[in-house]
Design a protein around this ligand. Structure first.
Ligand code: ADP
Ligand code: TZD
Ligand code: MG
Length: 575
């Protein structure tokens, strides 16, 4: 028995008293929180124990960053804030990258962290894990609060839930002082403080004038294009978005995590003609997508110079952030898309068939080029013949979540693997961050109970690889696929000094990542050919058990930085 367990039992509260940490659990329960992802230690171990005792699922991770990523993706999938529990100072800091990433991507998440004695922190007298956590968290999240008294727990939790989920969702930091966690109060009085937040993310109805203006502009277009972003996927306005797209006939381009909102094989998908439609569109309708680097900031050589923009977003500050927006529509996407569908009675929107014909021609040319790449018989495999094997297995069974991280492994998988259902593709997102992989895979599997296929570059996998133990401990139906080309982007880059140290991008080409899972009783596969990969993936998925496949990829085939080599500062010198 640990000292902490001893303390819990010997300090049993009299019947009519409760304490801060029990009230936190009650307040979370009262607000429908059913899962906590975290890593325990002083001062939050008993909080996790009480949560489990009260029927909240506690998923213990090996590193807070993965716990935070799991919470963030749970938030994205459910529209309820995902909860990540961390200990003070170092545990808190380990969670902050995930909290910042959640905020950047618009995922609702609350990082709840214990913190040490305020008086000692403020005088910097050197407490155990001393850190001024709330002030450190502030630049990395949407909002930060501290609960100092047990009487304030319910209000603190309510504020965190509202801040995480209303408006543009994001990460919230909630600081729980050790003193508050231990403070006692009368149980009946504590019960009276508890409440359920009413309508945590209120609808935001767009003005009729803004909808009218947008629909008039769209009706005047010759070559309109809809861009669907992960904000649209998050909003869960699936049927209304589909209705608007199909009633108007406007082609659509999904951003990475919006793939599957409408199926990738939908006749109006312009995904395989991305460059062509961006250059050719005269009116672009952004639905829950920002004009950030992923869309070339909405200007420059990739766009039609005369293009006009309609933008549907819940965050009015987003409009004009990169270029003027001709018809901004401020509102939540459920309400705005409903207004758009209703507005079709008044506005005649019909797309000129020659626009779709031109798109289809471009799609056909690109599809042919892609099929040629996929038909490669290279051995060792390149990304494309390996991905063809994966695609052919996954296309047969569509009820799975796809997690994806890496550089070439990310970009090529996005292009090859079709998605058919909303919110099923989970990836590096707005920052292109490595390390989300295992956290997202675990978060998706725990939240949905469904099969997850998690495809990582060998470098990307390394950031969260120890969570293979977590996946085995919880017996989750996740198949981890590592595309092992022996490095960051590729495995054969030279050391420019001519010395024997591996180059900055080199990892071990002969590593057998699949062996990791053997340590935890999971099933391992190694694939050197497409046939071996097909067999391994088919078996792994059918087993519904934790599995790992190391896929041997030619170390020489990756592109520097995948598809974003143009962002490398040294490109100018090289060319
Ligand atoms: P992507 O990376 O897919 O292009 P972004 O994360 O850049 O998507 O953009 C998502 C946008 O969606 C953000 O500007 C965010 O404010 C917006 N958004 C998120 N949820 C909603 C919602 N429910 N209604 C309207 N807009 C939303
Ligand atoms: N650290 C973090 C947190 N995020 C990052 N994006 C990077 C470092 C830099 N980086 C990339 O942008 S991609 C990548 C790194 C380290 C790994 C690419 O190698 P991989 O994929 O093995 O995962 P491929 O298939 O070899 O390209
Ligand atoms: Mg690699």
């Amino acid at each position: 028995m640990t000292t902490e367990q001893n303390q819990t039992q010997s300090q049993a509260q009299p019947q009519n008293l409760t304490d801060g940490m029990r009230i936190v659990v009650q307040a979370l329960k009262k607000n429908g929180i059913d899962t906590i992802f975290g890593v325990v230690g002083i001062p939050v171990t008993d909080l996790a124990r009480h949560a489990q005792e009260e029927g909240i699922r506690y998923i213990g991770f090996r590193h807070e960053q993965s716990a935070g990523n799991a919470a963030a993706i749970a938030g994205y999938l459910t529209k309820k804030p995902g909860i990540c529990l961390t200990v003070s100072a170092p545990g808190f800091l380990n969670g902050i990258t995930a909290l910042a990433n959640a905020t950047t991507n618009g995922f609702p998440m609350i990082q709840i962290s214990g913190s040490s004695d305020r008086a000692i922190i403020d005088l910097q007298q050197g407490d155990y894990e001393e850190m001024d956590q709330m002030n450190i968290a502030k630049p990395f999240c949407k909002a930060a609060y501290r609960i100092n008294k047990p009487e304030d727990v319910a209000t603190g939790i309510a504020r965190a839930i509202r801040a995480a989920t209303s408006g543009r969702p994001g990460g919230v930091y909630l600081d729980l002082t050790t003193a508050m966690l231990a403070a006692t109060m009368d149980q009946d009085e504590a019960d009276k403080t508890l409440f359920t937040v009413v309508d945590p993310a209120p609808a935001s109805i767009p003005s009729a004038a803004s909808v009218d203006q947008a629909l008039s502009l769209i009706a005047s277009a010759k070559s309109p294009l809809i861009i669907l972003g992960k904000g649209a996927a998050y909003a869960q306005a699936d049927d209304t978005i589909k209705a608007f797209i199909e009633k108007t006939g406007i082609p659509f381009l999904p951003m990475s995590m919006a793939k599957g909102l409408l199926p990738d094989d939908h006749p109006q998908s312009a995904a395989a003609a991305r460059g062509f439609v961006m250059k050719g569109a005269d009116v672009v309708i952004l639905i829950g997508a920002r004009l950030n680097w992923l869309l070339g900031h909405g200007k420059g050589k990739h766009w039609n110079p005369a293009v006009k923009f309609v933008q549907l977003d819940i965050e009015p500050k987003e409009f004009d952030s990169n270029r003027p927006i001709d018809a901004p529509v401020a509102g939540d996407i459920v309400s705005s898309m409903q207004a758009f569908v209703d507005g079709l009675a008044k506005h005649q929107i019909k797309v000129d068939p020659s626009w779709m014909d031109a798109i289809n021609k471009d799609k056909a040319v690109n599809a042919q080029k892609m099929e040629a790449k996929l038909a490669s018989t290279a051995e060792p495999m390149n990304f494309f013949n390996a991905l063809k094997a994966v695609r052919d297995v996954l296309d047969k069974q569509r009820d799975y979540y796809l997690v994806n991280e890496g550089a070439n492994t990310l970009d090529d998988t996005r292009n090859v693997i079709n998605m058919y259902e909303p919110r099923k593709r989970l990836d590096c997102g707005t920052w292109g961050v490595m390390g989300i992989g295992m956290g997202f895979a675990l978060g998706a599997a725990i939240t949905t109970g469904k099969q997850v296929v998690s495809i990582h570059g060998d470098s990307a996998f390394g950031f969260s690889g120890m969570e293979v133990e977590t996946m085995c401990r919880f017996k989750l139906p996740i198949t981890v696929v590592v595309f092992n080309n022996g490095g960051i982007y590729k495995g054969d880059s030279p050391n420019l000094s001519g010395g024997t140290d591996p180059s900055p991008t080199t990892l071990m080409p002969d590593a057998h990542y699949e062996k990791i899972i053997e340590a935890f009783g999971g099933t391992s596969y190694y694939a050197e050919t497409p046939a071996e990969l097909t067999k391994a993936l088919t078996e792994a998925i059918a087993s519904k058990k934790p599995c790992m496949i190391d896929v041997k990829i030619d170390p020489s085939v990756g592109l520097e930085s995948g598809h974003i080599g143009n962002l490398n500062p040294s490109t100018a010198l090289k060319s």
